[in-house]
Design a protein around this ligand. Sequence first.
Ligand SMILES: Nc1ncnc2c1ncn2[C@@H]1O[C@H](COP(=O)(O)OP(=O)(O)O)[C@@H](O)[C@H]1O
Ligand SMILES: CC(C)(COP(=O)(O)O)[C@@H](O)C(=O)NCCC(=O)O
Length: 307
Amino acid sequence: MEDQLNYYRLARDEWQRLRTGEMVATLTADELQQIQSLNDRISLRDVAEVYMPLVHLLRVYLRNHRALNRDQTKFLGITEQPNPFIIGIAGSVAVGKSTVARLLQILLSKLLPQEKVQMITTDGFLYPNAELQRRGIMDRKGFPESYDMQRLINFIDDVKNGRPAYAPRYSHQVYDIVADEYDTVASPDILIVEGINVLQLPSNQQIYVSDYFDFSLYIDAPESLIQQWYLERFGMLLDTAFQDPTNYYYDLAQQDRREAFAFAKQVWQKVNHTNLHKFILPTRNRANLIIRKGVEHRVNELWLRKT
Ligand SMILES: Nc1ncnc2c1ncn2[C@@H]1O[C@H](COP(=O)(O)OP(=O)(O)O)[C@@H](O)[C@H]1O
Ligand SMILES: CC(C)(COP(=O)(O)O)[C@@H](O)C(=O)NCCC(=O)O
């Protein structure tokens, strides 16, 4: 293990030794099936060797969070209130944030069956396309100004304070907010908040989304690979759009495939590449844990921030 800046830097084989045999054995065939149906390309080896030790670490933070909450309320002489444990997951567009978020939701629910684990993505807090157009920032989707950050902060504040909260829904297929559809978050014990912007410091708010986090992750990878994953996902979106005129990608799906991919590469370069370097990567060192992936999403290295 190397000491680096404010982090312990662990190679994958050092990290995987931290798992306990008992945890690996507890995943049943059904649960493995649930993970494979989430994404059949997820390596089960990574699940056992990387993500299970991560759940173990999250349990340590959760225990400490609860002990501190108990002691603080005792100090204040007030009744202990539910205080959900909030996990943030940041990283580039298409680096695999939502896949890790959903995987952690399955693993945490399995290993801590008494806990209610919910998950949201901040995509739902993007302004609808009509509003992005009105503001002249349609080509800046995903940049800080394209999100209703105040609404996101209010949402998380509601969750933290035990009020039911409603997250608007974004559809990658429609490429827009879906009107009048919400995900309800009500009294979770653990909430996972995933999005490119969750570690950003907004310029005009007094508090940040990350002020509410009890643990944060940044998923990292070389940009050439992230771009490749973005293009693979684009290919899958094209495949599902082919026969659906309501799909944003329908027209592109009718075109010559090479032209469609040339378009997606341009979007990557103009929008997502710029966003990554200007606004997302600079937030990496705010995370408690940085997970570095390589080819085929294999996790190679983990950086754990010192306490
Ligand atoms: N661990 C993984 N193993 C295999 N494929 C993955 C993994 N993580 C993500 N992917 C794939 O990479 C693409 C981007 O992942 P996604 O979770 O949608 O990223 P994000 O939420 O960061 O935009 C998707 O096509 C997804 O299926
Ligand atoms: C909606 C998003 C900002 C969110 O990113 P995600 O992390 O969900 O992939 C992104 O997928 C996006 O649409 N970016 C704008 C440019 C583009 O069409 O890729």
